[in-house]
Design a protein around this ligand. Structure first.
Ligand code: PLP
Length: 512
């Protein structure tokens, strides 16, 4: 059933094509069928050809999660007195997560809607704690490696904290000496990742924890991504850098149950070493005519479904289940790493701390290829892979359910590399050109403006999803995109020259 022919959807649009609430409600079965139909163009995560966004361990687990979610679908966690069941489940999810991450008897926390909310709250709590304990700080600062999740940038933007991002080492891990240097009088929080998203490596948490402890500064470890898999990788006997509350200087952590915890979307946990930190997260208002209002996290209404599904996931999978899924995921990641390293022109970036496989072009001087052009070919073959920048690479978060797809992925990747080698013009076409150039434009403010324009288009009155390869063709796509669209090849040449110039100036300055 297509949009144009569906009675369910055509009945709900105006003559100008804008959706409106239909005069009479439509048939439920027809609506469900229409929604199924809408999914046909979505990423194929069921088949394991999508390497991120969905954490899937089987249909029966999903069916069970839906049951648990549905049981509390209407309930509201905002009022723990009215819904004590949800409060109990939230407390138990927090305690189970704290135990897994080696928290102590005093470790406390709350559930949130996802990693971003956990991070927003950790930054807000650190800022507000500093307002109490070091009121002379007028311009609070966060110190973090450049690879920290972008949610910290959002938090800084929302809460008036200045981020000080520090370059990482050649191993993509935080540079301890540079982090120490960046800490100053205005620092209210230091943050690092276990692991960071782009290459999946764990920052040197022990060393950073020592610095923070000696300076009496709060230290947040973002384990949103890895919090529910690193403990099981360790349990399987793999040696990892210590990353959790075992490190005395760690004062808070975030870990997403909706990632490797295999819960329903909308579930993360933010933990603090003790209540002296968590209390700065809460919001209490006593004078509202609607009554005294107390809220532990960002939303008002707190959906019960994700809390219930997270509790059900942890209890039903259990330690043994997590270890079994992790064993498969680790094996799949090892197979993928080995296969990628065997393809001439490619290399895996970063140590194997997690099940992330970041695929880059082989280093300069060898037979590297344009990795974004490789991504385009892979996409044409039905693989959904994320393009990353600084350095240009592809990101695969490997789950157990991806394992059967690894041989097919490697076969396609080998062919894609050969194809791109035979067709160098692919680098300046389609998405490859767009990603390549956008990553290299030195004036980042202009890039931001162009992306902002794309957002305005996507969330404008028509709400259309753009065709990436056509960006810049529209009148309203912003300067950088239009420029790239019109002068693609030449822009790339100039940007490469600018890149070369910057590298040589940087080299000369470092040599001084
Ligand atoms: C390291 C890390 N932190 C935070 C987040 C943000 O999580 P969410 O997308 O649930 O907000 C992610 C998401 O991938 C992540 O990888």
């Amino acid at each position: 059933m297509s949009d144009a022919t569906s009675p369910t959807t055509t009945a709900a649009t105006t003559s100008r094509g804008r959706a409106q609430i239909p005069a009479q409600g439509a048939d439920r079965d027809a609506l469900l069928a229409a929604m199924q139909d809408m999914r046909s163009g979505d990423a194929d995560w069921h088949g394991g050809k999508t390497w991120s966004m969905v954490y899937f361990i089987g249909e029966d687990h999903h069916a069970f999660l839906k049951q648990a979610h549905n049981l509390f679908f209407a309930e509201n966690g905002l009022n723990p007195m009215a819904f004590q069941s949800l409060k109990r489940m939230e407390s138990e999810v927090v305690q189970m997560t704290a135990g897994m991450l080696n928290g102590g008897r005093d470790t406390v926390g709350t559930m949130t809607s996802g990693g971003t909310e956990s991070i927003l709250l950790a930054v807000k709590a650190a800022r507000d704690r500093a307002r109490r304990t070091r009121p002379w700080i007028l311009r609070p600062e966060l110190v973090a490696p450049k690879t920290i999740h972008v949610a910290f940038d959002k938090a800084c933007h929302y809460f008036g904290v200045k981020p000080r991002y520090v370059d990482v080492g050649p191993d993509f891990r935080a540079d301890v000496a540079a982090m120490r240097k960046a800490i100053g009088r205005n620092t209210v929080l230091v943050a690092a990742s276990a692991p960071q998203y782009p290459q999946g490596v764990i920052d040197p948490i022990e060393e950073l924890g020592e610095i923070c402890q000696s300076k009496n500064l709060p230290f947040h470890v973002d384990a949103c991504f890895g919090g529910f898999i690193l403990p099981w990788i360790e349990a399987l006997g793999h040696e990892l850098p210590t990353f959790d509350f075992r490190v005395p200087g760690v004062t808070s952590m975030s870990a997403d149950v909706h990632k490797f915890g295999y819960a329903a979307k909308g579930a993360s946990v933010v933990l603090y070493r003790d209540m002296t930190y968590l209390r700065h997260q809460f919001f209490v208002s006593t004078d509202w005519p609607g009554g005294i209002y107390a809220s532990p996290s960002m939303p008002g209404t707190r959906p019960g479904g994700p809390i219930a599904a997270a509790w059900a996931a942890l209890r039903s999978i259990g330690r043994d289940g997590y270890i079994a899924h992790t064993r498969e995921a680790v094996a799949a990641a090892q197979e993928l790493r080995a296969g990628v390293n065997g393809i001439v022109g490619l290399q895996v970036l970063g140590a194997a701390h997690s099940t992330v496989v970041a695929i880059g072009a082989a280093s300069a001087g060898s037979e590297g290829v344009d990795i974004y052009a490789v991504a385009d070919v892979m996409q044409e073959r039905g693989w959904s892979v994320d393009r990353q920048q600084h350095p240009a690479c592809l990101h695969c978060t490997v789950n157990a359910h991806n394992r059967p797809q690894v041989p097919g992925f490697l076969a396609d990747l080998t062919e894609a590399v050969a194809h791109v080698r035979a067709h160098p013009e692919l680098s300046s076409e389609g998405n490859a050109a767009m990603y390549g150039m956008m990553a290299k434009v030195p004036v980042r403010g202009l890039v931001k403006l162009s992306v902002q324009k794309v957002m305005e288009g996507m969330y404008g009155p028509d709400g259309a999803v753009p065709d990436l390869s056509q960006l810049g063709a529209g009148e309203d796509d912003g300067f950088v995109l239009s420029f790239i669209h019109k002068y693609g090849d030449r822009v790339m040449e100039v940007l490469d020259q600018v890149d070369g110039l910057r590298a040589s100036i940087g080299g000369r300055l470092r040599g001084k």
